[in-house]
Design a binder for this molecule. Structure first.
Ligand SMILES: [Zn+2]
Length: 348
């Protein structure tokens, strides 16, 4: 009887769905790559890397006594305000979120480009929360955070002649920047368009700003960098190698030197999925270049809403499509973390 078989099919479907949910729970509650809380893959007491996602471009990276940070954003001005009005760092929000983390020993804060979402909150973070940290970025980063910022004397500038290309061999060795047992190699990158081939706030700032920027359009990107980050052990060997980008880029720009990766592939690659579809072969080409063990997606969520608003992906791109394409070429684990998610990875 049609009505009976219809009922039976629905019941069976419900059983299948419930069984799938049960299996997902048994497998670690992982439905897709989205994750929050703690992802701890390191046996107790093991030599491990700790990463905490701060949202947008922000990560805390830690190994032993060494800690660095990539530039976070907590101020999150709304989309209309950003487009049409003035914006400024929200020190209350920055302090509220940053004070949840122990970042007093951060030795350096990295910023790959000087757009407001990668630089506007950095002075407050550096002055109030990470008072020892240097700030590593391009010349436009330094000229934007000039005297007004209070951190102008803490800039480590990467000039155009001081970045590594994927074809570089031994010459790249001279370009490492050292912070304790961490060494950082600035990589020549580029900022992909935001939409339809158009890049917002593009350009370099060749002279120091005289006052704090008040418009989003004053935070020009400059010559965008990506970074290869090595945490070294006491013997000077690479304990963990991280690749970090804070903007999508058309490969081979943004690549790490092939010769370096041949010696030691990347442990953790941090990719930006937002606007990936503005260029070809992102992420495929980067998986091939870096040969990563694990992949983390950063800068994927909507940052035009307050940090504690329900997380949703940025409207500029189909993040699910990015994840599908990543899965086609990468058979290791990857995660798309909620803000505050902590990862602990063991040494390979
Ligand atoms: Zn940007």
């Amino acid at each position: 009887m049609p009505s009976f078989s219809g009922f039976s099919t629905r019941t069976n479907m419900r059983r299948v769905v419930l069984a799938c949910i049960a299996v997902a729970f048994l497998a670690g509650c992982r439905l897709g790559p989205g994750v929050e809380g703690l992802v701890d893959l390191a046996p107790p007491g093991s030599d491990s890397l700790r990463l905490v996602y701060l949202g947008t471009g922000g990560w805390i990276m830690e190994h032993g006594d060494d800690q660095i940070m990539t530039a976070p954003l907590f101020s999150n001005p709304g989309v209309f305000r950003t487009g049409l009005w003035t914006i400024a760092a929200d020190t209350t929000e920055i302090d509220r979120w940053m004070s949840q983390h122990d970042v007093g020993r951060t030795s350096v804060i990295l910023s790959g480009h000087a757009h407001y979402d990668h630089l506007m909150d950095v002075p407050r973070v550096a002055l109030r929360h990470s008072p020892r940290a240097r700030i590593l970025g391009n010349r436009t980063v330094a000229n934007t955070l000039s005297e007004w910022s209070g951190v102008a004397d803490r800039m480590d500038v990467v000039e155009e002649s001081e970045v590594a290309d994927h074809a570089d061999g031994a010459e790249a060795a001279a370009m490492w920047r050292h912070y304790g047992n961490v060494r950082i190699l600035p990589l020549r990158s580029h900022h992909a368009p935001h939409f339809d081939g158009y890049t917002l706030y593009q350009g370099t700032r060749d002279f120091p700003l005289e006052a704090a920027p008040t418009l989003a359009g004053e935070w020009l990107d400059g010559n965008t960098l990506a970074f290869l980050i090595d945490f070294l052990d006491d013997a000077g060997e690479v304990a963990f190698r991280i690749y970090y980008q804070d903007a999508v880029v058309a490969p081979p720009l943004g690549f790490a030197p092939d010769a370096l990766i041949a010696e030691r592939p990347v442990d953790v690659a941090i990719f930006v999925p937002a606007t990936f579809d503005q260029v070809d072969w992102h992420p495929e080409a980067f998986v091939e270049n870096l040969d990563p063990d694990r992949v983390l997606l950063g800068h994927w969520e909507d940052f035009f809403v307050p940090v504690d608003a329900p997380t949703r992906s940025i409207f500029l791109s189909d993040i699910g499509h990015f994840e599908d394409r990543l899965e086609h070429v990468f058979d290791g684990p990857f995660w798309r973390p909620e803000i505050g998610t902590e990862f602990r990875f063991p040494r390979r």
